[in-house]
Design a protein around this ligand. Structure first.
Ligand code: 5GP
Ligand code: MN
Length: 335
């Protein structure tokens, strides 16, 4: 972490602040865990702090300490606008582009508050006046851990520890992705000492599936397709298939990883239809040096990390499969 970042942040936090903390749209464990941990920390330090999520979050995160206080922008527009007008600091967590927070992007770009980005995605946009951006970090939670332990290590209580543990665990695939370092494990050890219960958190996130979600996984796996002569697979889920299993937000989390679990496969994609939004949400995962971040940027209006990225298509599923086939043909020499 850059010394200047901490020096300037420390200056800001010398006097009482009104902070807004914003995770990305469809927040995951890292986005919500880091936002809530920062909220708990700022409250302990006698600031005001509110987490504003662009939209609702999945059920598997609805136990995180403090989640009941989260304001959802698309449900409480007026209240959120008021809070943003009054804010002195706006923290943006776990995203690199204002498009990742939908309409909140325009609202915060007009806000007078100081904007502070904390994020580990590549190629951050230049919308914040203060940035802690590091694509080598395992998670935004590990970055918030670094900030809190630098500013006031004694403030880590069991609530902060549980929130940070959750995001580090989910973004590292339970501590197995290459972004997991010795520092990550040291942070996790410290968080366990401070009250994070790894077994309970793991169960809440990964062993809390509904019957319907497991049925949907069955459909997803039966839709698994291989690209001929390349180590690439893709999965599709149509709106009709989602409806047949009473799809709930978050139900498809992790499905794309099953493609990557096949021996020899280096690149997996899942395409999920969202009829209401008129688009196909795409998730990309890779093993090794193939950059799904670049792939998502170049072909599917998205981005992310080297080995995990997302994007979208406004065409039908069958057209999107064709586009995907054309795109992988163009990058086939990389495999
Ligand atoms: P997921 O596939 O789980 O939605 O996202 C994987 C990673 O890519 C996450 O770090 C997420 O923040 C990022 N990501 C997902 N969708 C998009 C997108 O449309 N644009 C950008 N820039 N990043 C994305
Ligand atoms: Mn993250």
């Amino acid at each position: 972490m850059n010394e200047d970042f901490i020096t300037v942040l420390r200056k800001h936090l010398k006097s009482p602040q009104k902070a807004i903390i914003i995770p990305h749209k469809n927040p995951d464990g890292d986005a919500l865990g880091s936002s809530l941990a920062l909220m708990h920390f700022l409250l302990l330090e006698k600031h005001q702090a509110v987490v504003v999520s662009p939209n609702d979050y999945p059920n598997f995160l609805n136990w995180l300490p403090g989640q009941e206080k989260i304001l959802i922008h698309n449900k409480s527009k007026e209240l959120v606008q008021k809070k943003i007008n009054e804010a002195t600091l706006i923290f943006t967590l776990d995203f690199n582009a204002l498009s990742r927070i939908d309409k909140l992007g325009e609202i915060i770009s007009k806000a007078k508050a100081e904007k502070i980005m904390i994020d580990h995605h590549e190629a951050p946009e230049d919308f914040a006046s203060l940035m802690y951006s590091d694509p080598y970090m395992s998670s935004t939670c590990e970055m918030v851990y670094n900030i809190i332990t630098t500013l006031n290590p004694d403030s880590i209580n069991s609530e902060i520890a549980s929130c940070l543990y959750t995001g580090i665990m989910t973004d590292t695939g339970s501590f197995k992705y290459p972004s997991t370092t010795a520092e990550t494990h040291k942070a996790i050890a410290h968080l366990i000492e401070k009250g994070a219960d790894g077994t309970v958190i793991h169960q809440k996130i990964y062993d809390s599936s509904s019957f319907n979600r497991l049925k949907l996984l069955g459909i997803a796996l039966s839709n698994l397709n291989r690209i001929r002569s390349l180590p690439i697979v893709y999965i599709t889920l149509s709106q009709q298939e989602l409806n047949s299993c009473d799809y709930q937000k978050g139900d498809t989390e992790g499905f794309v990883n099953y493609g990557l679990s096949l021996e020899g496969v280096q690149f997996a994609c899942i395409m999920i239809e969202n009829e209401k939004e008129g688009k196909i949400k795409m998730s990309f995962r890779s093993k090794g040096s193939f950059s799904v971040n670049e792939f998502a940027r170049k072909y599917f209006q998205g981005g992310g990390h080297l080995n995990a990225a997302g994007g979208m298509s406004t065409d039908s599923i069958s057209e999107t499969i064709e586009l995907f086939n054309k795109a992988v043909a163009e990058v086939s020499s990389q495999f």
